[in-house]
Design a protein around this ligand. Structure first.
Ligand SMILES: [Zn+2]
Length: 73
């Protein structure tokens, strides 16, 4: 008995398959590509979020500096 194994659902046929499986045992869909794409997308999202936060920080910093120097006179 393998009750401790984690199960996930196949995105194609919605049948239960073992977590981390690269091929669905029900519809034989290839799930290895799906996993790869997901991780690349996650990495890209992480990079883009960091990039946007950097831009936002620079804009806020320039506004603060601008207000500081204009109100100083
Ligand atoms: Zn399937």
């Amino acid at each position: 008995m393998t009750l401790a194994r984690n199960f996930t659902k196949c995105p194609y046929c919605r049948e239960e398959i073992a977590e981390g499986a690269i091929r669905c045992k029900h519809c034989h869909a290839d799930l290895s590509d799906l996993k790869k794409k997901e991780s690349v997308w996650a990495k890209y999202n992480c990079f883009r979020t960091g990039f946007l936060v950097g831009i936002l920080f620079t804009i806020v910093l320039s506004i603060i500096l601008y207000l500081h120097f204009t109100s100083g006179n």
